[in-house]
Design a protein around this ligand. Sequence first.
Ligand SMILES: [Fe+2]
Ligand SMILES: [Fe+2]
Length: 244
Amino acid sequence: MQLTAKTKFAELIHQDYTILPILNRFGILLGFGEKNVEQVCQQYGIDTLFFLEIANSFINKDFEPEKQLKDFPVRLIVDYLKKTHKVYIYEKLPFIEDKIKQLIEQNVVGNSNFRLIQQFFKDYSSELQSHIQREETIFYPYVFQISEAYETKTGIPEAQELIRKISIRSYAMQHDDVEEKLNDLKNIIIKYLPSVSDNSLHIKILYELFYLEKDLNDHSRIEDKVLVPKVLLLEQKILHAKSV
Ligand SMILES: [Fe+2]
Ligand SMILES: [Fe+2]
């Protein structure tokens, strides 16, 4: 399914309800009536094209966002990425951690794989948090600084020096795949957890892990396919600019 400005919002949710948390990130509330994407975006003061690119890249993993999204201001993209970081740290990770804790408490069979899952998730969680911290303390501020230099045409020599020192290429090279390990965790749950009479908690955790994985994939795709090419272009323009 490909969304357009004329797609009705209610229809969008019927087609793919997994988009609901994304709407939340944009601050869009339910109760759309017959409004379409463009009308809802206008109501909330959201750039319609930006919303469409984000939503389409979430719904369809083969969607190529770079054609249009590259034209959006860097700040809009980074703000969205930072919002999703917050969701991971303050909502998703604590929620799953809590569910795993409940799993341990209900572990009537005393199977050690439950503890293994807990430890695995703990390690995963701190890895994801340091990944996010690196982006928020080094790369996003770097991106802001050079895009500001480009827009205001001031501080060009400093920006040029910064580009030579940091460069988005180094970020792209170090940008590790944070979703991959979730697959191992899902596998332990699917293959090795002992069967219990009520496994609704197992299913809940598994569902959350699948969703987190999809969300992280989408997030990384925006970082790699949208942010990096856009910043590469900015760097080139700044490196060739004359200082004012
Ligand atoms: Fe990120
Ligand atoms: Fe990342």
